[in-house]
Design a protein around this ligand. Structure first.
Ligand code: LRH
Length: 472
């Protein structure tokens, strides 16, 4: 049987990683060869990604990958969605803004003055999120946007630096709001209506297609043989994660749980019904033309920000110990609305939770263990609610909830999601995003073949999920 290796770059909101993936008819592994923190930087004009240092660390990771001596046949890149860099003549004009930067508010106002959310949803099928790329474009200073000749989403920017080619990968393009739901071309009419320049957008490319080959200078620095292709994967991290959910798509809900909890189902066609609009669901593009009908729920962000706050206050916090103590809490804790916009920007989460409780006549948690339990219970409730809504909107007879990503390691969260949803939770793989990236590349270079179903079958055979049955 054939087998082969590929390299995957996965940039998350809190860390970036590089993997060597090995794939064969009965093999699927992702060996992490580099991990580096992703620390946003606040400067006078706002909150930015330090994208050069991410690129530098990812390139170092590629060097390590090529030094493993594996016969690496392709490189693929995924990252968080929506954010972009502006360039002119190939030069980046500034550090990309972070989607949590407050500037998006004025973009929302400018766009909604022209098109309501309902009108936008009818075209692009997206959940209202203030940081969708179209709002960010509208928040740019007009002369900056006018000066740029190219806008590249984060994975496309990395691919450009590796290959010199400018393309926009489709699954991530679907998060911009500037592609009609289910379509494979930019929505020129919407761009015109919003007064946004069409010329800065690059041709779309589908997962599995070749973006280009490593530039000779890049190949030399990475110790890579000449001619290594960079392959488009589901470059939206969530799209890659959904590829590697070991599910039967017609009877399962998935939750890709990292910084965010993306809760949804996979469907064949966009669901643009009044119910989907009212539930604020999104129709994002998936690999192989599937549609990810999902809801962005708060994820581990609120917990990691709470931990950061406690550390700022001088406490030493060990997450596993904290979660153990949270599991032992027996007093009732408040279940708050994790999707309340007050929890989106960085800051003092325990204080914001206490403020929410005061406004809703609920007693605030008293200890760090109680806060942690309250956060986990609130996430589990939001996951359960969104899971049922996803199943109903997508007309899926859901029997199980698959949790993939870092959240699959959080036993309390998995169990309480099962309990609150009244459904079995199957947890893992933790590295679904990297595995999805790896699988799409492996298929593109001919190491495996077949449908998403057969790729998922390989994941199921090699990464048995952990089962949590619902308790009364
Ligand atoms: C998760 C994610 C999510 C987006 C958000 C910006 O990493 O890509 O799917 O909505 O980041």
């Amino acid at each position: 049987s054939t087998s082969g290796a590929v390299a995957a770059i996965d940039l998350g909101a809190t860390s970036g990683r590089v993997f060597v993936g090995r794939v064969g008819s009965d093999t699927l592994t992702a060996e992490q060869v580099a991990r580096f923190p992703n620390i946003p930087v606040h400067v006078a004009d706002g909150m930015h990604w330090d994208v050069l240092s991410l690129y530098g660390a990812a390139s170092e990771g590629l060097r390590t990958a090529f030094h493993t001596g594996e016969d690496i046949r392709s490189i693929g890149i995924d990252s968080w969605a929506v954010d972009y860099a502006l360039l002119r003549d190939g030069r980046m004009l500034g550090n990309p803004f972070h989607y949590r930067d407050a500037r998006t508010a004025r973009g929302v106002e400018a766009v909604h003055a022209v098109r309501s959310h309902a009108e936008l949803f009818a075209r692009n099928g997206l959940q209202f999120l203030p940081f969708n790329t179209l709002y960010q474009f509208a928040a740019e200073a007009p002369d900056v946007l006018g000066f740029a000749d190219t806008a590249l989403l984060i994975p496309d920017l990395i691919a450009f630096w590796l290959t010199g080619q400018t393309r926009t990968e489709l699954t991530n393009a679907s998060t911009t709001g500037l592609v009609r739901a289910g379509a494979v071309e930019w929505d020129a009419a919407l761009l015109d209506a919003l007064g946004l320049p069409r010329g800065i957008l690059s041709p779309l490319i589908a997962p599995g297609e070749r973006i280009g080959t490593l530039l000779p200078a890049v190949a030399e620095r990475s110790g890579a043989p000449a001619g290594i292709p960079v392959t488009a994967v589901g470059s939206h991290d969530t799209a890659s994660a959904v590829v590697a959910v070991p599910m039967q798509a017609d009877s399962a809900v998935y939750i890709s749980c990292g910084t965010w909890g993306l809760v949804g189902v996979e469907v064949e066609r966009p669901v643009l019904t009044p119910e989907a609009l009212a539930a604020n669901f999104t129709n994002e593009g998936g690999v192989d033309g599937r549609v990810r009908l999902l809801h962005n729920v708060m994820g581990l962000w609120v917990l990691s920000e709470a931990v950061r706050q406690w550390e700022r206050e001088g406490h030493q916090v060990d997450l596993p110990t904290l979660l153990d103590s949270a599991a032992e809490v027996t007093t009732a804790v408040p279940v708050f609305d994790v999707n309340d916009p007050r929890f989106a920007p960085p800051g003092d989460m325990p204080a914001r939770i206490a403020e929410w409780c005061a406004e809703h006549a609920q007693p605030a948690p008293r200890t760090r263990a109680e806060y942690t339990r309250s956060i986990v219970e609130s996430l589990a409730q939001a996951f359960a609610d969104a899971a049922h809504t996803a199943a109903s909107l997508g007309d899926v007879d859901a029997k199980t909830i698959h949790i993939v990503g870092g959240g699959a390691l959080n036993e309390l969260l998995c169990q309480r999601t099962a309990d609150r949803a009244g459904m079995t939770v199957l947890a893992g793989p933790v590295e679904a995003t990297a595995l999805g990236n790896i699988l799409v590349q492996a298929r593109a270079v001919g190491v495996v073949d077949g449908s998403l179903e057969s790729l998922r079958d390989l994941v199921a055979r090699t990464h048995a999920p952990r089962r949590y049955s619902p308790r009364a």
